[in-house]
Design a binder for this molecule. Structure first.
Ligand code: F6R
Length: 609
């Protein structure tokens, strides 16, 4: 996820681009850059780091020019650096592009372009776009971009600028957001509304497969086949603060709602053919290495640790390998049992958590290869691990982790199925069935999110209590732990997670009339056992809020409130069942007027022990 801005009009472009980039910094801040068409020709300035670094580099005398493009980067291909910062040029400075998204076939395109004599100066996937435009250029920038994009696979929102057609910007979109702001004698392009809302509230939303030619006085939108599209201008009614959160009250809710898309990004290029194939060649694991694994050790903190707990259940069940999960802060101070056949996996959204990094270093110092599941390219964990598997969730701003967790789970599922295939742990039918069920999950998460009001009502009840319990067996226990953590950290309500069967060994003493007990009952194999535990709670007048799969009908008579989740394979339910728990924590915190995005005493990235 990166941020794009474009301007064409009569004003100086640089201050407008800079202001827009600052509003888009939430989309990433590994580097920033601008390209301006000035009277003396093209000027490009780029700097590694936050927008402030670009501003400092430019200094007091900013470059002139009434047309320009800008970019704030969240690194995907290539580490954060000046040379990998956008805008990117082709061999000459005639063509400049900014891009948000991932070009999946960039390597093949780069080799093809290199054969044709193109020279590359960055490690990015984006640079191929500039060279493709240069390669196909026929005197008409729109037609050239349409032609160039035919060979591109993946997701993109891009803007191209050309020195021989200075009166226009051309942009295109597939699977990454792009809007065009309509002004008086000037027009704007941006990844998101906050970048342009101080200039105009009139926008076009570009849809997938659409291309636009934007001049200072016109916006023309076309299909890939060059048919002109008539579109309605939309009026933005949000205020500027709400716009940064896409109209949501908090980043946390925005990020919860982004989860279907985040899952699709994690799957992109990995889960293919409707789920029938998995390709994780990016991990460079040989079949010998995969077959040699005798034990897996997962290490992480907080929410990422809970993802690891789910990973343990799933990997042990499918791969029939022993899996240990440890908190990084414990792992680093014990003498963990690792041998040369142990595969160590660390999970970290930020890639900067001090304990996780120390655990990674400990494992490597013992001679073990470490695979990192992380969201941030260029982070310490990504750089120091032997292999990195990126979750592609996009920047997570709210302190409480939501979309990162879902994409960590999905990454573990993908890895499990990939190893299962290599080790022959699943027959063809079971593999296909699992892959297809995985592929269907984003739509099921969407269906759950559309019922947020039901959860808001439950939150009204929970918010009045000072203490709650989350219970479940097996995979449901791991999700119960995550649900309890979410509620604690943002609503400040005491929440404890228990394996359902453990309540009777002491905790049942705390069950009093009306106390909320959130029960997860998604696992068919232990449904009846879990039901007996629910009855123990009901017998002490606890208030049971139950989450179960569709098909487990009849439970509604046994509990106080039931929320049926769309049915899926039992081993995949965590991706669905955690979503209403995130919403429950969110709406409970809102009902208690808590600081949702920045809870007290916490930080997004814990870089201290
Ligand atoms: C809870 C939360 C934390 C993080 C933990 C690890 O909502 O966000 O528990 O999961 O601090 O952070 P990362 O994944 O960045 O290593």
């Amino acid at each position: 996820m990166c941020g794009i801005v474009g301007y064409i009009g009569e004003q100086e472009a640089y201050p407008i681009l800079l202001e827009g980039l600052k509003k888009l910094e939430y989309r990433g801040y590994d580097s920033a850059g601008v390209a301006l068409l000035s009277r003396e020709g093209l000027k490009i300035i780029k700097a590694k780091g936050e927008i402030a670094a670009l501003e400092k580099k430019v200094g007091q005398r900013f470059p002139d020019g009434n047309t320009g493009i800008g970019h704030t980067r969240w690194a995907t291909h290539g580490v954060p650096s000046d040379s990998n910062a956008h805008p990117h040029c082709a061999c000459t400075e005639d063509f400049t592009v900014v891009h948000n998204g991932i070009i999946e076939n960039y390597l093949a395109l780069r080799l093809w372009l290199e054969e044709k004599g193109h020279h590359f100066s960055s490690e990015t996937d984006t640079e191929v776009l500039a060279h493709l435009v240069e390669h196909y250029y026929n005197g008409d920038l729109l037609k050239t971009v349409q032609e160039a994009m035919k060979s591109v696979e993946g997701s993109f929102a891009m803007v191209a600028m050309c020195q021989s057609e200075t009166d226009k910007l051309v942009c295109a979109r597939k699977d990454s957001p792009l809007i065009i702001g309509v002004g008086e004698g000037e027009n704007f392009i941006a990844s998101d509304v906050p970048a342009i809302i101080s200039h105009t509230r009139k926008i076009y939303i570009l849809e997938d497969g659409e291309f636009a030619v934007v001049t200072s006085s016109s916006v023309d939108i076309f299909t890939a086949e060059d048919t002109l599209i008539k579109k309605e201008i939309r009026e933005i009614t949000w205020d500027a603060v709400a716009a940064e959160k896409a109209g949501y009250q908090h980043f946390m809710l925005k990020e919860i709602m982004e989860q279907p898309q985040a899952l699709r990004e994690t799957m992109r290029g990995r889960l293919l053919n409707g789920g029938r194939e998995i390709n994780l060649a990016e991990l460079y694991l040989t079949s010998e290495e995969m077959n040699d694994i005798s034990k897996i050790y997962i290490v992480a903190c907080g929410t990422a640790y809970h993802a690891g707990l789910v990973g343990k259940y799933v990997m042990e069940k499918i791969l029939r390998l022993p899996v240990d999960v440890d908190l990084a802060s414990e792992f680093r101070y014990r003498d963990p049992l690792l041998d040369e056949k142990t595969m160590v996996i660390v999970i970290s959204q930020s890639g900067e958590t001090a304990d996780t990094l120390a655990a990674l270093r400990l494992a490597r110092s013992r001679g073990n290869k470490v695979l990192a599941i992380t969201n941030v390219v260029g982070s310490s964990v990504a750089r120091e691990a032997d292999r990195a598997f990126f979750t592609w969730a996009g920047p997570e701003i709210a302190v409480a982790s939501t979309k990162a967790f879902l994409t960590q789970l999905l990454s573990l599922y993908l890895l499990t199925l990939y190893l299962a295939k290599a080790r022959g742990a699943l027959d063809e039918d079971s593999f296909e069935c699992a892959g297809k069920a995985l592929f269907d999950l984003p739509a099921k998460v969407e269906a759950i999110l559309s019922r947020e009001q039901e959860i808001e009502e439950i939150a009204g009840y929970v918010s009045k209590w000072g203490s709650t319990f989350f219970v479940g067996r097996n995979l449901d226990f791991a999700v119960a732990m995550e649900g309890a953590l979410k509620l604690k950290e943002i609503s400040y309500i005491h929440a404890e997670a228990y394996a359902s069967g453990e309540l009777k060994h002491g905790t049942l003493a705390l069950i009093v009339e009306g106390i909320p007990v959130i029960a997860l009952l998604t696992q068919k194999a232990v449904l009846e056992k879990s039901m007996s535990n629910i009855k123990e709670v009901k017998a002490r007048s606890g208030y049971v809020i139950c989450f179960a799969q569709e098909g487990a009908e009849g439970l509604q008579n046994e509990v106080d409130h039931i929320f049926y989740l769309p049915a899926t394979e039992d081993f995949l339910t965590p991706i669905l069942s955690v979503v209403p728990l995130q919403l429950l924590a969110y709406y409970t915190a809102v009902a208690r007027c808590c600081s949702v995005d920045k809870p007290r005493n916490l930080a997004k990235s814990v870089t201290v022990e």
